[in-house]
Design a protein around this ligand. Structure first.
Ligand code: PNS
Length: 162
């Protein structure tokens, strides 16, 4: 029974992420979507908010569990019996960054493989950072993130607590 991790910051989750999660579900028996608590990036949403949004959006997907993790991803993988990490790739720059991480994770646990999926063409320009920037300035993010995320972005920026 192969368990794959789809790790990330998910700040916030986009349609690009959801596409990768759906496709990972087609390749592996079980999928754990895991939000990093200790990401080096400063985040707009708290870990709990990110997990909650992802949980709602993945609720209809059987065999998909949403969780968060602290510390090293390899330790989480070991605790949950996961044998693969799945990451989406958009650009060559993503590949350089992700390859370095894949090699580091493989060095830490040689039984853990990283699988790269090319992001769907319609999502190749999409990132959480771009979504936040558009939303921060009052631009439209329909088509980039689901309605629940649009609502949360509006609430964050309306309150001015970003
Ligand atoms: O969405 P992101 O920002 O590309 O996700 C990066 C993430 C969270 C997957 C990565 O930073 C991570 O795995 N962090 C946990 C610490 C770790 O295990 N690092 C790998 C060794 S360099």
């Amino acid at each position: 029974m192969a368990i794959a991790l789809v790790p990330g910051s998910f700040d916030p989750v986009t349609y690009g992420h959801l596409d990768i999660i759906r496709r990972t579900k087609g390749l592996f028996q079980d999928v754990r979507v895991v939000v990093a608590r200790n990401s080096s990036k400063s985040s707009l949403f708290t870990t709990e908010e990110r997990v909650e949004m992802l949980g709602k959006l993945c609720a209809e997907m059987d065999r998909v569990v949403v969780d968060s993790f602290d510390g090293l991803l390899v330790d989480y993988a070991r605790q949950h019996g996961a044998t693969a990490i799945v990451k989406g790739l958009r650009f060559v720059s993503d590949f350089e960054y992700e390859l370095q991480r894949a090699l580091a994770n493989h060095r830490l646990n040689s039984e853990l493989e990283t699988v790269f999926l090319p992001t769907g063409l319609q999502y190749s320009d999409l990132s959480s950072s771009i979504v936040k920037e558009i939303a921060r300035h009052g631009g439209a993010v329909e088509g980039l993130v689901p309605e629940i995320v649009q609502q949360r972005l509006r609430a964050k920026f309306a309150l001015g607590n970003e």
